[in-house]
Design a protein around this ligand. Sequence first.
Ligand code: HEM
Length: 533
Amino acid sequence: MLADLKSELLNLRTIHAVLEVYHIIRTHWALVLVGILIFRYIRRLYFHPLSAFPGPFLARISNVYSMAIYFSWREHEIHMELHKKYGPVVRLSPDALIISDPKYLPIVYHMRVNKPDMSETQGANESVLGAAHYKEHAKRKRRVAGAYSMTNVRRMEHHVDGHVIRLIKTFDDLYAKTGKVFDYAPWAQYFAYDVVSDVAFGKPLGFVETNSDVFGLLKMFQQGIPITAVFTKLPTLAWFFRVTGLKGLLKPKPNQNFGIGGLMHFKDKLLAERYEEFKKGNGGRNDFLKFFFESKNEDGSPMSLNQVGAEALVIMFAGSDTTSAALREMINFLHLNPRCYKKVVDEIDAAYAEGRMTTPVPNFDELSQLTYVNAVFKETLRLAAAVPVAIQRIVDMPGFEIDGKFVPGGTLVGINSYVCARQKSLYGEDAEEFRPERWLEDEEKRKELERYDHSFGYGSRPCLGKNLATMEILKVLCTLFHLFEVKEADAPEGCTYKREKKNIGLMLQRGIWLKLVRKNVEAWKAMDQAVVA
Ligand code: HEM
């Protein structure tokens, strides 16, 4: 009886205490919230597993810091400054580190590492790029890797040639014949988008032909990236959208006329047309779509239309602005380094003079023999990473040690290729200089540089489109430099920008002002006679 009474009393006291806490929370909710935040910040600063790592105060307590860096549009430079100030490992946000030392590349990007899931915002979550788990990635990679092989890319080489011819003829008509100064930056983008839309969907979109952003596609795409970035940088916001069921709002949809959704709408139309043809037994021309339609999943089933669409969409956004960034930077670096410019032109002209180059557009084998040009290509991508961000991976259990400190499993880590490419430990005292010769001087050193080359990604997820990108870039540049004197020009009156850069996760540029003068070379005969398909 007494025991019952005691337990009853205890229950009443518990209820009373709970009500009291509820009352305090109700009346002092603002104070309680501040208390929780202070507790959270103190934990992140002093008791979090990453608290031993240095970094800016705001970065150690909040994700807002890394988002603010993103919206400065110069994330790569800020990462560099942070490493200079805090050392090789910096805490960039409460749960994330950035590392500068190239020797950690094989550890951070090892073969069985997972990456953060961005499927809510990417719009291509069934693709190889969208796979977060390494096993799923390996499965998807098996079904598409062949499409990107050199053998398959060679089958598409004539499509690339057609776009090179169109670009050169357009330049000749609009600029060489008129003597007008022009900004080369949008043209590099138009060319790259035309090529990928042609080989991924079977139809060039006609950017170069119309000298315009067809359907506002480039703008749409560039609007989509910052949205993805916000949700990647602010996991709490992404979590909120998930638990409240609002995540559907994040997913790009084909009925939108902006961002990645707009691109999906466009892609779906082209894909449907081509799929109808395929079902009628007409596989059509050799391109990525044909390969994907014929490709099989692990269980032997053909890739679904959704899977094919996701892969084609990835080609559009992984293969366009990256390639155009490299196309622009190569010209930038050559203008900034006249010594290298001369060596490049001499090597190309000599190859033509000795009859080693096919006209109107040299083939890929011929281009790979131009050792200096290839070194310039590598050096350009080293110093001007097309993806100048710290691409993140999730440290797997139990973690690893770095700099004498323990990085626990679950931590987000990344190495910014812009930063990594400037490390004196690997590249020497002249690490920040543009010096293509470093790739040619010493065989052992070259092998070491190749081992830590990060410009096309690293580990099990390097760029699948490297063959196609290399082919496009070398074809454009060699043809351009042989047929024209490519002169650097001042911005025309009324334009204040020159060599302007904006890092939105991909490097965008504008204001690469050029003046083209037609050279008196034999190769013009073939170019003038070439018919644009
Ligand atoms: C100069 C041009 C290019 C550069 C610098 C570049 C760079 C990169 C980088 C750094 C990654 C790694 C992303 C990660 O680790 O998550 C990547 C992945 C990828 N790239 Fe490229 N890329 C270029 C051109 C292309 C082209 C032309 C295509 C398509 C034809 C393409 C298709 C892909 C695909 C499919 C992936 C995902 C690979 C995977 O997850 O297994 N890229 N690229």
